[in-house]
Design a protein around this ligand. Structure first.
Ligand code: 13P
Length: 251
């Protein structure tokens, strides 16, 4: 299984900025990318086509949309569909990110609809899950993860090709804080995620990637991706500069 090294650029970068960062990333990593790595960038919608074009001719590189609505088209002002993302060059979609859960108010039910709809529309999907600090303090990590995963995957066919679905474990308290989860915390959470996936998908769960996200940096990435059940990373802040993200990709 190839490790998936993913960048989430959130609401940063204009078209020009995004395209030049994507080009720099290709320049710094394409020739050296190990066979067991894939690179994925989630830019803003307005920069998606430019980034997808910059990555298009490189084996192992792809682009994705940070969000989408659950219809192909229609009177849904401000929304964007998987069909439009694919048209702009996206192979992936992202669902359940903590900023959409906790700032934009998306609930488990809607995230589940979105995950299934994106897959049915031909996108590969990365579903994000993760506990808040109070959940951890109250010993509720497994309850939160199990609920988010089961609701998030409720309508996903159990025979889905395993390379089309990934889970990103992103503890909310580690996102953008500089505070990274420790190796035991990451191993425990990822082992638990694998167990839940196994109970839903059987042996195919072993081929689904589980990414870690939350303050991944060039100097902690190698240690994190070496842990059991860590099949890649989802990086925010440290992915915004080509040089910094290229160190993570090649870590
Ligand atoms: P940071 O890497 O900035 O902590 O963000 C993580 C994240 O939210 C990726 O989706």
């Amino acid at each position: 299984m190839k490790k998936l090294m993913a960048a989430n650029w959130k609401m940063y970068k204009t078209w020009d900025e995004a395209k030049s960062t994507a080009e720099e990333l290709v320049k710094l990593t394409a020739a050296k990318l190990p066979d067991d790595r894939e690179v994925l960038v989630f830019p803003s919608f307005t920069a998606l086509r430019g980034v997808a074009q910059a990555l298009a001719w490189q084996a192992g590189f792809s682009a994705g949309g940070q969000d989408y609505y659950i219809e192909e088209e229609g009177a849904f002002t401000g929304e964007i569909s998987p069909k439009m993302l694919k048209d702009a060059g996206a192979a992936y979609g992202l669902t359940g990110h903590s900023e959409r859960r906790h700032i934009l108010g998306e609930d488990d039910e809607y995230i589940g609809q979105k995950t299934a709809y994106g897959l049915a529309s031909g996108l590969k999907v990365v579903l994000c899950v993760g506990e808040k600090i109070e959940d951890r303090k109250n010993d509720m990590v497994e309850d939160v993860l199990e609920r988010q995963i089961r609701m998030g995957l409720k309508n996903v066919p159990t025979d889905i090709a395993p390379d089309r679905l990934s889970i990103a474990y992103e503890p909310v308290w580690a996102i953008g804080t500089g505070e990274v989860a420790g190796p035991e915390e990451i191993s425990a959470a990822h082992g638990f995620v694998r167990k839940i996936l196994f109970s839903i998908f059987g042996d195919n769960a072993n081929e689904m990637r589980i990414l870690y996200g939350g303050s991944v940096k060039p100097d902690n990435c190698a240690e994190i991706i070496a842990l059991d059940n860590v099949d890649g990373v989802l990086v925010g802040g440290a992915s915004l500069e080509g040089e910094s993200f290229s160190k993570i990709v090649l870590a």
